[in-house]
Ligand binder design. Structure first.
Ligand code: KDG
Ligand code: MG
Length: 402
């Protein structure tokens, strides 16, 4: 069998997605997600101009060799654009291999290790009361674990809070929007949120929180300590992780579980954190971290140190990523939790999929492959529409992390 076509499709059914379609001489089609929020066209070009020509004529069954060819062969290694492009190829090839085997992909990854994948939803509110209501709605929908974000008094806008339609789309049209951030205001307010949540919902509900890299290590240590009485499931992205040793400092001060990794793109970004047990959950995603092949290596490394996975799963990766992620999640031994934000109905029409949400868990479909395809004709009605993630500044105008 040979690859005869590798086509890159950019569309915007409400938000931008980049998709790779690999076709074989047997007429089989494999789909990969290559969406990198706010930098979509870089990956589209990387794939179209540099990767696709190298794929034609290759045997799609040689997934590992093609992965190594694209990673080592390019000389330029790592980075979000490269690793997202490689991920799309990898996802599409696993899709093809499972279709040839006539099996759902998880069967090729070792079979099911659990009945379903625990997912967490996003409850956001401008005030603590609004956030409590959002948690109630999620519980009614069946969620068994919930990420909570709330507005901060004195800050006009807090990232991730107050999406009016319930769908989460951090990128906005036009140039990047800017908002003002105050760590002091935020740190003072967060314990009040979690105290109110535990008063209302009791001790058992798994609650997660995303700090979006806004704190310095010692500030993160302080917040983790302040939140210990409310025993979070995790505190996510407490501080930027380029310097992985920063997590050592946080770890010395708090037992609040730590999760990080949504901006990581390879196993080297995870190595120090995992080997030193500085984190509890690794949050790399299939789309941004080299695909299923590379994610399995990260999970295997993490397994040695009792670190579990908690893959990034926002609406700015396409349903193809969610489909592939669920096959990965259900098969690995050290799965922790999967982020799940439902896409808008139109997105699910453009990317027909068979995964389903059942009582707090997600399960992949059982048809051959990863279970997600694309309606190209429908996608063509929604052309690329530039959008950017927002920017945070401190009150004095200093550009800040997020
Ligand atoms: O593209 C950026 C978003 O995916 C990110 O902000 C979402 O932090 C996020 C999360 O945990 O889903
Ligand atoms: Mg996050």
């Amino acid at each position: 069998m040979k690859i005869i076509d590798a086509k890159v499709i950019v569309c915007s059914p409400g938000r931008n997605f980049v998709t790779l379609k690999i076709v074989t001489d047997d007429g089989l089609v494999g789909w990969g997600d290559a969406t990198l929020n706010g930098r979509e066209l870089s990956v589209a070009s990387y794939l179209k101009d540099h990767v696709a020509p190298c794929l034609i004529g290759r045997d799609p069954h040689q997934i590992e060799d093609i992965w190594q060819y694209l990673y080592k062969g390019a000389y330029w290694r790592r980075g979000p654009v490269t690793m997202t492009a490689i991920a799309a190829v990898d996802m599409a090839l696993w899709d093809i291999k499972a279709k040839v085997a006539n099996l759902p992909l998880y069967q090729l990854l070792g079979g099911k290790s659990r009945a379903g994948c625990l997912v967490y939803g996003h409850a956001n509110g401008a005030s603590i009361d609004d956030t409590i209501e959002a948690v109630e709605r999620h519980l009614e929908e069946g969620f068994k674990a919930i990420r909570v974000q709330t507005g901060v008094p004195g800050l006009a806008k807090v990232y991730g809070v107050g999406q009016p339609n319930g769908f989460y789309e951090p990128a906005t049209k036009g140039l990047p929007q800017e908002s003002i951030w105050s760590t002091d205001k935020y740190i003072q307010h967060m314990p009040k949120l979690f105290e109110a949540l535990r008063d209302r919902f009791g001790p058992d509900l798994p609650l997660l929180h995303d700090v979006h890299h806004r704190l310095t290590p010692i500030e993160a240590a302080r917040l983790g300590k302040m939140l210990e009485p409310y025993h979070l499931f995790w505190m996510e992205d407490a501080t930027p992780a380029e310097n992985q040793d920063a997590f050592r400092l946080i770890r010395q001060h708090t037992t609040t579980p730590l999760a990080v990794g949504e901006v990581f793109n390879c196993i080297w970004d995870c190595k120090t954190l995992i080997e030193n047990q500085l984190i509890d959950y690794i949050r790399t995603s299939v789309t941004h971290t080299g695909g299923i092949s590379h994610m399995r290596k990260i999970a295997a490394l993490a397994e040695l140190y009792q670190v579990r996975t908690g893959s990034h799963g926002p609406t700015d990766v396409s349903p193809i990523c969610m489909g592939a992620a669920l096959h990965f999640d259900i098969s690995i031994p050290n799965f922790g939790i999967q982020e799940y934000m439902a896409h808008e109905p139109l997105v699910n029409e453009v990317f027909p999929n068979s995964y389903r949400f059942e009582n707090g868990y997600m399960v992949p479909g059982d048809e051959p492959g990863h279970g997600v395809t694309m309606d190209e004709a429908l996608a063509a009605r929604y052309p690329y529409d530039p959008a950017y993630l927002p920017i945070a500044r401190l009150e004095d105008g200093t550009l800040w992390n997020w």
